[in-house]
Write a protein that binds this ligand. Structure first.
Ligand code: TYC
Length: 103
């Protein structure tokens, strides 16, 4: 809701959801130590990929250095990145992710 003064009167205008939320890409980054099967598990469990898609994405990250895990609103993207990072550290893996806003 927004209020504006005009001529001594106050108007209150509804401004419900006039803009789409910005989306963020969650990227997986390659490293030399995280086991391939851990990355595949991350993609299936946290990013809801099929096993076949998870294996393809993991191999692309392994070969090219980074790859797309998913696209989400900011809160969801940040939460998934934090959950995956915590899980990886708990298992002793250096797996890293990065978020980038969609153009
Ligand atoms: N490069 C890792 C290995 O050879 C596998 C790996 C893939 C690690 C993707 C991180 O995001 C990653 N065990």
């Amino acid at each position: 809701r927004r209020e504006s003064q005009d001529g001594g009167q106050t108007q209150t205008l509804d401004q419900t959801q006039l803009t789409r939320p910005r989306l963020f890409r969650v990227l997986l980054l390659n490293d030399d130590y995280t086991p391939m099967e851990f990355v595949v598990m991350v993609l299936t469990r946290y990013f809801r990929k099929s096993l076949a898609d998870a294996e393809t994405i993991m191999l692309n990250v392994h070969q090219r250095g980074s790859g797309l895990a998913g696209v989400y609103t900011r809160e969801v993207a940040e939460t998934k990145a934090a959950q995956v990072t915590a899980h990886a550290r708990q298992e002793g893996h250096p797996l890293a992710l990065s978020l980038e806003p969609e153009a």
